[in-house]
Design a protein. Sequence first.
Length: 187
Amino acid sequence: MPVEPTIQLLREKLPPALFLHCSSVAKTAVELASDLGADKSQAQLAGLLHDCARHLSPGELFFLAEANDIEVDWFHRRYPVLLHAPIGAFIARSWGFNDETVLDAIRCHTLGLPGMSLLGRILYAADKIEPGRNYPGVEQLRVKICNDFHSGLLDVVAHSISYIMSGKQAVHPSTVSFWNWLLDITL
């Protein structure tokens, strides 16, 4: 589907603030993809679609997961909002988007995953540093990502883990594995 119909579809389906966030993530992802030699069209599409299920209630997320054989582990039961990523990939496919690289990026954008594609890592970072994000340290993360993507991504993941731990919440094993994998590919 070309980008304009995708934008119109999301404008109709998403709450306005979420649509603006997705648009901003798409713009940030395209800028990163351009700098890194990645496919800008895929980056734009992944950014636009990544939170297409973010506005759904826990009940809706659980229903869609069960109805479509999407794994719901103990962690998702405790933090159902995390299901918006795999459910989002499912919804994007149901809308006719079939690019597996884009769908995988959407599926993994909240937790990270060892072996993520470059597009997946771009989307993960773009979601955390898009211009609408306003938290302590975000400007430094933006600069770092632009100057050295891999090192900046490590800082983004470290910030995310630190934030989760400061709230005395559990860190998903996928996120820990993602962190360890990023460290490993640095060596």
